[in-house]
Design a protein around this ligand. Sequence first.
Ligand code: MLT
Ligand code: MN
Length: 295
Amino acid sequence: MKIRVLGSCAGGGLPQWNCGGPNSARSRSGELAPRTQPSLAISADGRRWSLLNASPDLRLQFASFPGLHPRPGTRDVPLDTVVLTSAELDHVMGLLVLREALSYRVLSTPWVRDAVLDHNAAWRLLEPAWGLLPLDRPVFLDREEVLEARFFPVPGKVPGYLRELAKPHPECCVGLRVTDLRSGRRLAFVPGVKILDEGTMAELRAADCRFVDGTFFTADELQALRPGAPDAFAMAHVPITGPDGSLPLLSGLSGRSLYIHMNNTNPVLDPASKEAERVRASGLEVADDGQEIEL
Ligand code: MLT
Ligand code: MN
């Protein structure tokens, strides 16, 4: 399986338009590489691709990745499936970027589809392409039936824009397991998770490569910039460090572990920071825009 990180940052990207914090300021001055919003592309053979979440930056992400360019002289884009792990705007806004043709399939849980389509009229353009995938049910992402995917439940939250409109449900925030049936090798994708409970850890342990919520390095990271801001757990993003942090749970797992969906405040976005060094010293990685992995 081939994996390409289309975007590694959380919603807002780096720099985020309204953020004057050190990472955003340094990325504006060219000291830190800018980053786009979170999405992965995966492929069985490097010829056709599927997306894991649809970032608002898809237009740029497609333009900078030849694997997702249309065949010369045609409108034939080698895109099979777009899988959504939640209804968060940074995971679904890219669908509107892909609205000119529905030559691919969208897959989400029934909760996520209803959440997006019932409350956001513009997204109804996508309805004809939208298939349902309940939890724990296998489906092939590709036409050759090599990449088998299934959702697993993870502790999460209802997206902020639906807080008054929808009740929490096990299907509102899920992880994705993708198995390459030729090699048996497994990818786990968990870009948003409140706490690494035993069920989530079992999925992460069983994977050969895992992408995990790296939104915040510490639980109180936002409060340093904005007093009164909620902590990481209240925002349903397990912090990397501190009590119940993800780093000690992930270090020592076999295979590769990468953080994704880093908020613009996260010090690991600077590869030269001591925090990034701590992640590397624990055997983990911080995913980078454009990074490619052969699994
Ligand atoms: C999140 O990851 O918590 C959300 O995407 C935040 C948001 O509403 O943008
Ligand atoms: Mn997000």
